[in-house]
Design a protein around this ligand. Structure first.
Ligand SMILES: CCCCC/C=C\C/C=C\C/C=C/C(=O)SCCNC(=O)CCNC(=O)[C@H](O)C(C)(C)COP(=O)(O)OP(=O)(O)OC[C@H]1O[C@@H](n2cnc3c(N)ncnc32)[C@H](O)[C@@H]1OP(=O)(O)O
Length: 306
């Protein structure tokens, strides 16, 4: 086992060094012109806002990475940083995760430019930031509530799955689910497991195979969200606050211990397997087949917009 781990660590080092080498697949070098998908690194400083209220014990983490709260490496690090900041305040017991984008989009999932024709030096760090975000949110001592006012595909769904409670706007245009298979990729095992835990094995099996995006009503039926709020009703924030207060009434030690009972094993599993997981991701996402499918998906998104 230890030999396997050290070999894996060696491969990760190799990945990092490969960053200085250009991506070599000639078909990918002939880039399609995808102007809306051209950004990579962004500034860390204005992607999320954390509002802590020591009086109520509730902090609200608002995501506002325009246009769709897609998760770039910096975005994931900012969310992780805000979670840790809220946790470091002993007066805070609950965290509401929401979007403050005017479009209402909760999160469009991983930033696709991080996956398509990736920067090879950045790729392992990008994935490690995704793992870290899962560990920080899923393993948080805080009671966490996702207030989902808009679409939450793929890693956007992961953000909500990592919370303790999910409230969603009842607007059929706002869909949620792990749609990775439609992009020619697959959810990592720790994310798939969250899905199985929340919606059950058969529902998850079908939804993962088909890349299903559930409407809010369907999501409620399969248990992917816990509560719906009428579309256009501003009370989603109030409902989240009310739920947070309900969680806060439970003695913190018992609440945290209860959470550990259901999540501890999965958290320990990924914590002990991060390098292999990163290595697998880097190898998988850079294959020609995955890159071609991602390219077509991006084109489809751009065309749909036109
Ligand atoms: C062990 C390892 C196993 C291997 C693992 C391999 C891979 C990883 C696998 C899984 C983890 C998770 C993966 C992901 O999260 S992949 C991302 C999946 N996301 C999507 O499919 C969503 C795509 N977007 C949409 O469907 C729509 O944009 C929307 C979110 C429903 C919103 O629709 P709306 O009509 O309101 O807006 P637009 O479509 O006009 O979009 C606005 C704006 O945002 C840009 N954008 C949208 N999504 C993304 C994105 N994910 N990344 C980057 N940019 C995005 C879009 O281009 C528009 O930009 P513009 O500048 O034109 O305004």
């Amino acid at each position: 086992m230890s030999v396997h781990v050290s070999q894996s660590a060696h491969k990760i080092q190799l990945w990092r060094r490969l960053g200085s080498v250009q991506y070599r697949d000639s078909s990918l070098l002939q880039r399609q012109h995808l102007s809306s998908f051209s950004s990579k690194a962004d500034r860390n400083d204005d992607l999320v806002t954390l509002e802590a209220s020591p009086d109520t014990g509730v902090a609200t983490l608002r995501m506002h990475r325009s246009p769709a709260n897609s998760l770039s490496m910096e975005m994931m690090q900012s969310i992780s940083g805000a979670i840790r900041k809220a946790e470091s305040d002993r007066k805070i017991q609950s965290l509401i995760l929401t979007s403050s984008l005017p479009s209402g989009i909760f999160s469009a999932g991983l930033e696709l430019t991080e996956l398509y024709q990736p920067d090879l030096a950045r790729l392992p760090k990008f994935w490690e930031s995704f793992q870290q975000l899962y560990l920080d949110l899923y393993g948080s001592r805080l009671s966490t509530i996702a207030s989902i006012g808009g679409p939450a595909p793929a890693a956007g769904c992961m953000l909500s799955l990592s919370c303790d409670y999910r409230i969603m706007t009842d607007n059929p245009k706002c869909t949620i689910g792990l749609n990775e298979s439609q992009l020619g990729i697959v959810a990592p095992p720790w994310l798939a497991q969250q899905y199985i835990d929340v919606i059950g094995n058969r529902n998850a099996e079908l939804a993962l195979l088909l890349g299903t995006l559930f409407t809010p009503q369907q999501a409620l039926t399969v248990g992917l969200v816990d509560e719906l709020v009428c579309s256009g009703d501003s009370s989603i924030d109030e409902m989240a606050q009310r739920k947070a207060a309900e969680f806060i009434r439970i003695p913190p030690k018992a609440r945290v211990a209860a959470k550990e009972l259901t999540r501890g094993t999965q958290i320990a599993k990924l914590s002990g397997n991060r390098e292999e997981d990163t290595e697998f991701f880097c190898s998988f996402v850079t294959t020609d087949t995955v890159q071609k499918t991602l390219g077509s998906y991006l084109e489809m998104l751009a065309k749909r917009k036109k």
